[in-house]
Design a protein around this ligand. Structure first.
Ligand code: C2E
Ligand code: MG
Ligand code: MG
Ligand code: MG
Length: 288
């Protein structure tokens, strides 16, 4: 008992732990400021369709950035895991959804895309799929902006789904009934069984970029990627690949029949204004 008490006292006054606690608190308050004071930015990265002749923009993925007043632009890896562990991710998700729906409403009003407004995908965390009110909140956002549900897609990671303490399938069905599109993100990195995968009411399988990396240099990797694409098609899903960085990788994906591609080769994440300028030449080409 004595030894235990001693250890507790030691840990209570551990200066390192105290420093950790303080930095945790200050990051939390900075993040709250970021959310409420407008320091978050929504970037988008195009997804291109390989089905048909010339690649066309089939959608964009929304990616959060934090424009920190002192530390500059912060990528999600610097704050999304923290936001997830402190529950603040739900406010970030809500903000990302609002931005996406606002942008979709504006694109529709401006009649900017002659072949139709590209859907926007928003990344959703484990906490969000555990939130039974998510479908109602999304429905309200779409209705208020008069945006068709099929223009909004949600990306849920395979690991995020597996980590959910509640079965996410019920919420996913509600979302699907709304007409929202669903994708499994980072596919191949989680532990989901084929039986589980078959139960998921999703439209798209997004293959993790680790399967794309170097696929042009190794026949085994190409076979593995080909099997994943066939699996997705076998389940009746649209198949996309992320992290396409060079033309050799792109050629393999085309040959293997992957439907959609995303990666630095085609376009990096950019702010909405830059995306609008970037997509204009494509639209001009298509109508020419
Ligand atoms: P993700 O959803 O799998 O997004 C793809 C990530 O890969 C993005 O990183 C993107 O910039 C990066 N990427 C795209 N093309 C390439 C490429 O050719 N090569 C390489 N090496 N990387 C590429 P980013 O923006 O840093 O986001 C990282 C992760 O953070 C995302 O992975 C997603 O899981 C999470 N995330 C981003 N925004 C949000 C958000 O609003 N909410 C939630 N919950 N998570 C988010
Ligand atoms: Mg994603
Ligand atoms: Mg991904
Ligand atoms: Mg990824």
């Amino acid at each position: 008992f004595e030894a235990k008490r001693l250890r507790n006292e030691v840990s209570l006054y551990d200066p390192e732990l105290e420093a950790d606690r303080l930095s945790h608190l200050s990051l939390l308050s900075e993040l709250e400021t970021a959310i409420t004071q407008g320091q978050l930015r929504q970037f988008v990265q195009p997804k291109l369709s390989l089905v048909g002749g010339e690649p066309v923009v089939a959608g964009v993925e929304a990616l959060v950035r934090w424009q920190h007043p002192e530390r500059g632009w912060l990528p999600p890896s610097e704050f999304v895991p923290f936001a997830e562990s402190t529950g603040r991710i739900r406010q970030i998700t809500q903000w990302m959804l609002e931005q996406a729906v606002d942008t979709l409403a504006r694109w529709r009003a401006e009649d900017r895309f002659p072949d139709g407004v590209p859907p926007i995908s928003v990344n959703i965390s484990t906490l969000d799929v555990q939130d039974g009110l998510l479908p109602a909140r999304i429905e309200a956002l779409l209705r208020r902006a008069n945006v068709p549900a099929e223009l909004l897609q949600l990306e849920l990671t395979e690991t995020g789904l597996m980590a959910s303490t509640q079965d996410p399938i019920h919420v996913m069905h509600s979302l699907r009934r709304l007409g929202v599109r669903l994708a499994i993100d980072d596919f191949g990195t989680g532990q989901s069984s084929l039986a589980y995968l078959q139960r998921l009411p999703v439209h798209e399988l997004k293959i993790d970029r680790s399967f794309v990396d170097g696929v042009d240099q190794d026949a085994k990797r190409e076979e593995l990627l080909g099997s994943i694409i066939m699996l997705g098609h076998g389940l009746g899903l649209q198949v996309s690949a992320e992290g396409v960085e060079n033309t050799a990788e792109l050629a393999v994906l085309k040959r293997l029949g992957c439907d959609l591609v995303q990666g630095y080769l085609l376009a990096k994440p950019m702010d909405i204004e830059r995306f609008e300028a970037w997509s204009r030449p494509l639209a001009v080409l298509e109508t020419a």
